[in-house]
Design a protein around this ligand. Structure first.
Ligand SMILES: NC(=O)C1=CN([C@@H]2O[C@H](COP(=O)(O)OP(=O)(O)OC[C@H]3O[C@@H](n4cnc5c(N)ncnc54)[C@H](O)[C@@H]3O)[C@@H](O)[C@H]2O)C=CC1
Ligand SMILES: O=C([O-])CC(=O)C(=O)O
Length: 283
């Protein structure tokens, strides 16, 4: 049987089938997406981008000859298949609602926004009503495929233990009044629920929401700052009726933003690739 690309989520541009994407937020993750396009790892057309810093949007836009927008409203009206939010928790509601109402799918990176379960429910209903999809990539952790499967059975425990270098947590620790100069050994700086974790570390622990949404179980979080490591380490432990899952990643931090792991950017790059593939591997 011949594959008909028009059945996939892509359109023909200059005779080639391409997914048309728009980026909101032009920081570390957006830069990795653009680099992946330039390197030929993925082949969507970056049609438009927006950042509250026009300088950042123009700098990234030049590389892929994308249209630089001056607002989210302007971006969602462009000829796009998918809007990718890679900005901040505060941006998610506006980006997702406006994108869906303009008949675009959405990829959300600032998953911490879904600590507000009302927002999650409202976006779920809106996407259903407009026959659109909201994608939440696995981000900087491993095992989400298996955890989604296990969640159909019974789950007894979901725990995330995150260990980051000082630079990976600096902003949040300073805001909470930690004396960073005095931290000379691994120090637990948080233990509690996923919702408290994202409240206190809004730019550092979006993965706890990914884990919570995938498992549908109240996720426990421990955050450790370790001045002697150079990786962002995330250990996931899930105990359920099918057995136990343990995954550990030791991620290289992004050069542009030490809070963010390179793997988080690769997970959305992989998702963009999968959206144009006739066969998708993994749950
Ligand atoms: N799901 C996951 O596993 C992960 C999620 N993240 C989250 O993904 C998002 C993007 O991460 P990075 O690219 O590393 O961040 P970044 O800080 O390098 O870049 C974010 C960009 O978005 C812009 N921005 C922020 N709020 C905005 C708004 N309301 N409207 C327009 N532009 C806005 C900023 O000016 C900045 O240029 C962050 O929210 C981050 O916390 C990061 C790592 C892992
Ligand atoms: O990239 C990471 O290691 C995790 C992260 O920042 C987040 O979940 O917000």
């Amino acid at each position: 049987m011949k594959l008909d690309p028009s059945n996939l989520n892509i359109k023909k541009i200059f005779g080639v089938w391409m997914l048309r994407i728009g980026l909101v937020g032009c920081g570390a993750i957006a830069t990795s997406i653009v680099n992946a396009v330039l390197e030929g790892i993925i082949n969507p057309k970056v049609v438009a981008l927006y950042d509250r810093s026009i300088y950042k949007a123009e700098k990234l836009g030049r590389l892929v000859r994308a249209q630089v927008c001056h607002s989210i409203d302007e971006l969602v009206r462009k000829d796009l298949d998918v809007v990718i939010e890679c900005a901040s928790i505060q941006a998610v509601e506006e980006v997702a609602i406006k994108a869906i109402e303009n008949r675009k799918d959405v990829i959300v990176m600032s998953v911490g926004a879904f600590k507000d379960l009302n927002l999650y429910q409202r976006l779920y209903s809106l996407a259903k009503k407009h026959n659109r999809r909201i994608y939440i990539p696995s981000g900087a952790i491993a095992g989400i495929d298996a955890i989604k499967a296990v969640s159909l059975g019974k789950i007894y425990e979901v725990t995330l233990i995150t260990i980051k270098p000082i630079e990976g947590l600096r902003d949040s620790l300073e805001k909470q009044g930690f004396d960073i100069d005095k931290i000379s050994e691994p120090t637990t700086v948080f233990e509690g629920s996923f919702s408290e974790a994202i409240e206190k570390f809004p730019q550092n622990i979006n993965v706890s929401l990914v884990l919570h949404l995938a498992s549908n179980y109240p996720t426990k979080v421990k955050i450790v700052v370790d001045p002697n490591i150079s990786v962002n380490r995330h250990e996931v432990i899930v105990r359920g009726s099918t057995g136990t899952i343990r995954t550990t990643v030791e991620n290289t931090p992004s050069k542009e933003n030490p809070r963010t792991s390179v793997l988080a950017a690769y997970s959305v790059i992989r998702l963009i690739k999968d959206l144009s593939e006739p066969i998708v591997i993994g749950t």
